[in-house]
Design a protein around this ligand. Structure first.
Ligand SMILES: Cc1cc2nc3c(=O)[nH]c(=O)nc-3n(C[C@H](O)[C@H](O)[C@H](O)COP(=O)(O)O)c2cc1C
Length: 230
């Protein structure tokens, strides 16, 4: 499927074919996509436990918010996305590896010594924020890979600490969201693309309060490419 159409076709799916199993190859492709998403310091803090609904521990199902229970039980697979702070201990080594493969160049000032003496001593934003941003990116990559393969997904709020315990994850782990995955009961196009706030309300050009003006020709192009279906 064309990239723009993948974006346009994605919906949060809440009706699945409960008895149509999802091939593990397709789940693997989702995970492969997620692994290739950008990650701060190349740390790969985002991880996942894939659980088949029929073998899911009751404690895990109970950790998912009540308002999700109907569609959760229809989806044959749950991907439990989490971040693990343990990954941070390898920060210097992961950065040095980027230098060794030429992604960070000496011409730009990068060296192993620079990592130890400058990079590692630079005050960073709260690691939790970085983890959440990275988590969101990886989850999005996996989600788009699902759409590309004809699968539907939805993110589901859970009680994070309960889900962590149900999955037997270490205390350094934080469960972000639980994704239901399955074949949709009806093609996503039968449901309208969900409404969004107006473009100009969301995006500014140069300064806050000056809307980034939408070019209608671009909108028309994106409609033809099936990205905008509103
Ligand atoms: C961080 C996050 C959490 C969400 N949690 C839930 C949830 O618990 N249950 C649910 O049905 N949808 C959930 N959603 C899906 C949103 O409701 C959905 O993305 C939004 O309504 C727009 O619809 P669309 O995804 O079909 O474009 C979540 C989405 C995000 C990004």
């Amino acid at each position: 499927m064309e990239f723009k159409e993948v974006i346009g076709k994605r919906r949060s799916i809440r009706y699945y074919l409960p008895d149509k199993p999802v091939e593990m190859e397709k789940i693997q492709i989702m995970l492969e996509a997620s692994r290739l998403a950008p990650c701060a310091s190349n740390l790969n803090v985002l991880r996942a436990v894939v659980v088949e609904r029929d073998n899911a521990p009751k404690r895990l199902i109970d950790s998912i918010a009540e308002f999700n229970s109907t569609h959760i039980l229809q989806a044959p697979v749950l991907i439990c996305w989490y971040v693990d702070m343990q990954a941070w201990k390898d920060r210097a080594e992961r950065m040095k590896e980027l230098i060794d493969i030429g992604a960070l160049e000496p011409t730009h000032g990068w060296s192993h010594e620079y990592i130890d003496n400058v990079y590692m001593k630079t005050r960073r934003k709260d690691p939790e924020i970085i983890n959440y941003i990275e988590g969101g990116m990886g989850i999005a990559f996996g989600m788009l890979a699902a759409v590309d393969q004809g699968l539907g997904t939805c993110l589901n709020t859970c009680e994070s600490e309960e889900a962590r315990k149900a999955l037997g994850l270490p205390e350094t782990a934080t469960v972000l969201w639980i994704m239901s995955v399955g074949y949709y009961a009806e093609p996503p196009e039968t449901e309208r693309q969900r409404p969004r706030r107006p473009f100009e309300e969301l995006f500014s050009l140069i300064s806050y309060g000056t809307p980034f003006k939408r070019d209608e020709r671009v909108v028309e192009e994106l409609r033809k490419a099936k990205m905008i279906q509103l």
